[in-house]
Ligand binder design. Structure first.
Ligand SMILES: [Zn+2]
Length: 280
């Protein structure tokens, strides 16, 4: 009988621990939402990343360019620059290079003008184009940061509270030799995301950055890297992402490309439908 109270105390402690551990494994709904990452397809290589209060737009401001590829329809572009849902409170705008199917200087300028909290970080070619083409540049110059790592080099910084690594990579194709193409590694919560723009698929272009040791969780990859044997080597050996999102898909060939991508990479997500959304 003397030992009974001690036993009872141990049972009660055990029960309290059990309740606590169950509680810990299922966080309240709002906490789960805070930590989750949402990725929306905008057009071509354009995506919106949302993690808690942080929002990042990459290659999402364009309405023309190569007619083969997807562009942002006028109404959506208006919603974006006006900061209407889901584009409200964008922290950071990034653009990989200045080709018209990735970037429009005046549209980015307008977005910054109407959303004073938003920052734009890109290479000199793009920021100088805003200076040249956007009439109210003086009002937004404080929101713009120019970072231009040379090919094979990187620079790192925190912009509006978001950790970003900018990698200088060659654009594909000899005729675009002078095009500055920046790949971005963005850290959002526990996730590391990579966007390579139109990077050239040579080993020399990827090797310097030792991407496998970065531990990339999600990589946005132009679809041709996923369907051509020689370029698959880059993905498999020089990027090694946890998850692949295929982008830059011509709408006219969407079904056929999606099928081919999934044959080689069954776990890939293929972005073909505007505002298609995935959650992690
Ligand atoms: Zn390009």
């Amino acid at each position: 009988m003397k030992q009974f109270p001690g036993f009872l105390v141990r049972v009660i402690i055990f029960l309290i621990c059990l309740i606590k551990s169950v509680g810990a494994s299922e966080p309240p709904f709002s906490v789960a939402l805070e930590n989750s990452l949402q990725i929306r397809y905008i057009a071509n290589e354009g995506v919106l990343l949302t993690h808690g209060k942080q929002k990042v737009l990459i290659d999402a401001h364009h309405f023309q360019g190569n007619p083969l590829y997807d562009h942002v329809p006028p109404l959506r572009l208006q919603q974006m620059v006006n900061g209407l849902k889901p584009f409200d409170g964008v922290s950071l705008i990034l653009a990989t290079h200045m080709h018209a199917d990735h970037f429009d200087a005046a549209t980015v300028g307008q977005h910054l003008l109407l959303n004073s909290r938003t920052r734009f970080v890109a290479s000199e070619q793009m920021t100088s184009l805003i200076k040249k083409e956007f009439k109210q540049y003086e009002k937004i110059r404080g929101q713009i940061e120019t970072v231009t790592p040379g090919v094979g080099f990187f620079e790192e910084g925190e912009f509006n509270g978001i950790r970003v690594k900018l990698l200088g990579m060659k654009h594909s194709g000899k005729r675009f030799n002078t095009m500055q193409n920046i790949a971005y590694i963005i850290k959002l919560g526990k996730y590391k995301l990579l966007h390579i723009g139109d990077a050239d698929g040579s080993i020399q272009n990827f090797e310097p950055f030792k991407l496998p040791s970065e531990g990339i969780d999600i990589a946005f990859i132009p679809y041709w890297f996923l369907t051509h044997k020689a370029l698959q080597k880059i993905v498999n050996e020089y990027i090694q992402p946890g998850r692949i999102i295929a982008i830059h898909i011509p709408p006219a060939k969407a079904a056929e490309v999606a099928k081919e991508v999934l044959e080689y990479y069954p776990g890939a997500i293929v972005f073909t439908k505007p505002l298609q959304t995935v959650e992690f």
